[in-house]
Design a protein around this ligand. Structure first.
Ligand code: HAM
Length: 435
């Protein structure tokens, strides 16, 4: 048997074969919630290629992500990489076509990303990431709008202020702190990386890293503890408070972000109990579009990425994964009398055309096996055609939850299933019953 690669996932339909297996239904539920929330905030969907020129990432993402690239030479001798993040692709796309669109751009995507990371809880070699970005707006109102979208996409999945918090920080605040003690601007990113790792590395490792840059661990910790919002962060907090979202955010300079391109406010979302890695992270990157366009296009930008891995773990831990449900059938058409197969197939297709989810036995099958399959599929109704002595077709519709049965002309089955499934009958779809 050929095993799948380490750090990659199989997604099975729910109920999954074992509790640790990844559920395609949960993934679908998360994607739908992300899309729906982005739509409610006026974001438009975009996408790009999963394979990009290597150079797109070596330019500005930073050493950490470049060390994790899946890269190779293609058959044309080009150096290429599977996308480890979406932001450089977005910057490339926006730089190429921004003049076609009115600013600010509010765009989102749900790409699959690839990073050759050391496998650990919450970090795999492939993940899906909800990316939402605003391009062409300098005002902190845009930062607040993005953070509000982040909060609402988690709330729409059932998480509350007791479950997660957005830790808000600022590269500008850290830049000022850095410049007061260290005159070499070339080493600023090295310093940001040391701060980024403070919570994940032993204190002695951090102490040595910081000392090499001329900083004491204690003064860095003191600055984090001060948590005094800069005027820009104050504006973002006030905006979020006006939206009734104050309880979801706090200033926390312990966050600085690992990627190299951030320039202003930055933030990360974490579970309150601190059991998981970051749920999401983002911030302002006002210089990236200019850099990627070789100086031709200058667009301020900001955004965040939210991965499906930590999020799924958190939803499972809080019992919120069950909301995904399984895709139940509205009806299962039993074919117990094979002379009625063609009439039954006509009915199956008519019900599907009416928007109902319907299945049936593909080959002659014993009645009890058909019924078991209907139950396993979570069908709300079974439907069985029969011929009356005068030769007309009737349909027996059984509602499985209540065990009630009705005998109807086939043309009325769709309406009956819709009434029993909460699906709205739609006026524009005809329901051509069989026979
Ligand atoms: P990031 O912090 O590298 O940011 O990733 C964002 C989120 O993606 C993380 O908080 C985490 O949930 C998830 N994630 C990242 N790496 C992995 C992994 N190996 N396995 C599972 N989940 C992972 C970015 O990627 C930025 N490009 C986000 C952004 C968009 N900034 C501005 N716009």
């Amino acid at each position: 048997m050929i095993e799948r690669l380490p750090g990659f996932r199989d997604f099975y339909p729910a109920p999954t074969p074992d509790p640790d297996a990844w559920s395609a239904d949960l993934r679908g539920h998360i994607f739908e919630t992300w899309r729906d929330t982005a739509r409610r905030y006026g974001f438009r969907e975009y996408d790009g290629p999963p394979l990009e020129p290597l150079e797109l990432y070596t330019l500005k993402s930073g050493a950490e992500i470049v060390g994790q690239l899946y890269n190779f030479q293609d058959k044309g001798g080009r150096d290429v990489a599977l996308r480890p993040e979406m932001t450089p692709t977005l910057a490339r796309m926006a730089a190429a076509r921004e003049r076609h669109y009115r600013k600010p751009l509010k765009w989102f995507a749900i790409p699959q990303l690839f990073r050759y990371e050391r496998q650990q809880k919450g970090r795999l070699r492939e993940h899906f990431q909800f990316n939402a970005d605003i391009l062409g707006e300098k005002h902190p109102g845009a930062d607040a709008e993005l953070i509000a979208l982040l909060i609402d996409s988690l709330r729409a999945l059932g998480l509350t202020a007791a479950d997660f918090v957005v830790r808000l920080s600022s590269r500008n605040a850290w830049q000022d702190f850095y410049a007061r003690r260290q005159p070499d601007p070339e080493r600023a990113y090295e310093f940001y990386q040391a701060v980024d790792k403070l919570e994940r590395e032993p204190a002695e490792v951090s102490r040595a890293r910081l000392a090499a840059l001329g900083f004491a661990l204690e003064e860095v910790r003191e600055f984090i503890a001060s948590a005094a919002p800069t005027p820009e962060l104050r504006q973002i907090l006030d905006d979020l408070a006006a939206r009734g979202l104050a309880e979801f955010v706090r200033v926390d300079y312990g966050v600085i972000r690992g990627l190299a391109y951030y320039t202003g406010p930055v933030f990360e979302a974490f579970d309150r109990r601190g059991e998981f890695r970051a749920i999401a992270g983002g911030g302002r990157y006002d210089n990236l579009v200019k850099l990627i366009s070789g100086g031709r296009v200058d667009l301020p930008a900001l955004g965040f990425g939210m991965g499906d891995v930590v999020l799924s773990e958190l939803l499972k831990a809080r019992g919120l994964d069950a909301r995904a449900g399984t895709a139940a059938l509205d009806g299962f058409v039993l074919i117990e009398d094979e002379t009625l197969r063609h009439d039954s197939l006509r009915l199956v297709q008519a019900l599907r055309a009416a928007g109902l989810a319907v299945d049936h036995p593909l080959a002659p099958t014993k009645p009890d096996k058909q019924f078991k399959r209907a139950l396993e599929a979570g069908a709300r109704h079974t439907v069985r055609l029969e011929r009356t002595p005068d030769g007309t077709l009737r349909a027996r519709v059984k509602t499985l939850a209540t065990r009630t049965e009705a005998c109807l002309p086939p043309a009325q089955v769709a309406a009956r299933l819709k009434a029993g499934s909460g699906t709205q009958p739609s006026a524009d779809r005809s329901e051509p019953g069989p026979g």
